[in-house]
Write a protein that binds this ligand. Structure first.
Ligand code: ATP
Length: 327
């Protein structure tokens, strides 16, 4: 690999609090090593349409505490096609960008891998950026901690009203394919049950469970539902069980996009800064097609190949624990 002089950085897919800390980490570490930095706005869409801006050390001042991403993010259908990627490659060459750091979820990292399989001479390094924490090979993804804390704060508030009115609350949280936010927030809030896409047939168990709670005269019940649950989300599940539990006032709350926003937690800021730094260190070590992540709390490099092929699993013991702790 030739010596890298100019590195591009982009955010792609869903935005996540802490992405700015990663952009800052990438930019300042690259500058430390004498590299020029090009911010690619609007993810892969911007790569195809030349949305390139020069980033200096001061360009990333005062962004650590800001949610969202200063580079904006996007989903790009064009990048899914070979012609789109060819255009992106030509633009990178024209701008003299000879390495790219991609901050995004598994889709964005898949895009990076597909691109690198076609064009070998521009190394890509990935940084896991998604509130879902559903990326294989890393125990942490940027934004997860902040999103989790936002959910916990909201559910705590809902529990106050649930307990005061004998209410059965179905609270829907983000997670189209993965239940990590649901599971961890459910544990943190003492949810009575947690429904996630990874586990099938949970609604039948839920009815049994509620029946028992009803006999014990539980005054409130909080059920956390990941949006991608097989039964179709919190409204659908509430509909299925409400006729059996007339003594409860059944309510549904969909937390929605508040989970993406807000100032990043200290944990997200520190971890995202480390990942930004580590991405440039990886390039300096001549690495390519790897994602930087955390394993046993240590920085780690995982090949894109593995990240994309393998699925991160929820811990079944944690689900079992929820049942034990909520009796
Ligand atoms: P989040 O987890 O927040 O949804 P994500 O990175 O998984 O983030 P996606 O919408 O799945 O979000 O992917 C982002 C972009 O990555 C897509 O819009 C597309 O441009 C690119 N991408 C995804 N899959 C591929 C693929 N198979 N080939 C080429 N590009 C892809």
């Amino acid at each position: 690999m030739g010596k890298i002089k100019r590195v591009g950085v982009l955010t792609s897919g869903g935005d996540a609090p802490g992405m700015n800390a990663a952009i800052r980490g990438v930019t300042r570490t690259a500058i430390y090593y004498g590299l020029e930095v090009i911010g690619i706005r609007h993810g892969y869409h911007g790569m195809i349409h030349d949305h390139f801006v020069s980033l200096k050390a001061h360009s990333v001042s005062d962004i650590l505490a800001r949610g969202g991403t200063i580079l904006k993010t996007a989903r790009s259908k064009e990048f899914m096609e070979p012609e789109g990627r060819k255009q992106a490659y030509e633009n990178l060459k024209k701008a003299g960008v000879d390495a790219v750091v991609v901050i995004g979820g598994d889709g964005s990292l898949t895009g990076a891998r597909v691109f690198c399989d076609e064009y070998y001479d521009i190394p890509f390094i990935g940084i896991p950026g998604t509130i879902d924490n559903d990326i294989y090979g890393t125990e942490y993804t940027i934004g997860y901690d902040t999103a989790l804390n936002t959910v916990v704060e909201a559910v705590d508030k809902i529990r106050d009203t649930a307990g005061s009115h004998n209410r059965l609350f179905f609270i829907e949280v983000m997670g189209r394919d993965a239940g990590f936010i649901a599971l961890k927030s459910g544990i943190a809030c003492g949810a009575e049950a947690i429904l996630i896409p990874e586990v099938h047939g949970q609604v039948d168990n839920l009815k049994d469970y509620l029946e028992k709670g009803f006999k014990r005269k539980k005054s409130s019940n909080i059920i956390i539902v990941a949006e991608g649950d097989e039964e179709g989300g919190a409204f659908a599940i509430a509909d299925r069980v409400k006729d059996d539990f007339h003594d409860y006032d059944v309510r549904v709350s969909v937390l929605g996009h508040i989970q993406r926003g807000g100032t990043p937690s200290a944990y997200d800021r520190v971890s995202a800064s480390k990942l930004g730094y580590a991405a440039i260190e990886a390039l300096m070590d001549d690495q390519k097609s790897v994602m930087v992540g955390f394993h046993n709390s240590e920085l780690d490099y995982i090949p894109f190949r593995k990240v994309i092929k393998l699925k991160k699993k929820v811990d079944p013991e944690e689900l079992q624990m929820v049942e034990i702790l909520s009796i």
